[in-house]
Design a protein around this ligand. Structure first.
Ligand code: ADP
Length: 173
């Protein structure tokens, strides 16, 4: 617990977080399906998701937008465009902004629980340990602004990624 907000890091699949109000998509600028998280989310949500997202595209690195979740078990999907490491600069600020904007948007929409994948650490090439530090700092920096979000869950795909994030969040083993 950090104030009123519970922080968790777990190993899992972002499309299978049935108990969360919202999950975050590591989106592409066009808000289309793709590889990694975006592919998994669009496959699970179904084709209505691309259609709903079309009017909001393109988005910029650091930006967050929200859509219905369609076939996913959540109420909403928040789409964030992470920075391509060392191409979209400053990469650390842009990555931090993803988490901050997503959490502020969730809070504004009165969503109580939000799950994140490790944005930018796949196709966008952000080194995992650096990304974990930026992510932990970014999330801690907005906690005191949140009135509605009570649970923030980092969902890491592999156990080794989980260990790196647990350390960055000082959650021990
Ligand atoms: P980006 O383009 O922002 O780098 P990716 O989707 O390529 O996004 O990857 C982001 C991270 O999400 C990577 O660490 C990847 O291993 C992880 N990942 C991929 N699929 C899933 C999933 N279904 N659930 C959770 N994490 C996932």
């Amino acid at each position: 617990m950090e104030g009123n907000v519970k922080l968790e890091c777990i190993q899992g699949d972002i499309t299978r977080q049935d108990d969360l109000d919202a999950v975050v998509n590591a989106a592409n600028a066009e808000l289309r399906t793709g590889g990694g998280v975006a592919g998994a989310i669009h496959r699970a949500a179904g084709p209505k998701l691309e259609k709903a997202c079309r009017p909001m595209a393109p988005i910029k690195p650091g930006e967050a937008v929200i859509s219905p979740a369609f076939g996913l078990p959540n109420k909403k999907i928040i789409h964030c465009l992470g920075p391509v490491y060392n191409i979209d600069k400053p990469s650390d600020e842009l990555l931090a902004r993803c988490y901050q904007n997503a959490l502020r948007l969730a809070d504004e929409k009165k969503l109580a629980s939000v799950g994140f994948p490790a944005i930018s650490t796949g196709a966008f090439g952000y080194p995992l340990e650096e990304a974990a530090e930026v992510t932990a700092d970014a999330i801690h920096s907005v906690l005191s602004d949140l009135a509605n979000v009570m649970l923030i869950r980092m969902v890491l795909f592999s156990d080794s990624d989980l260990q790196v994030f647990r350390r960055a969040f000082r959650l021990g083993r």
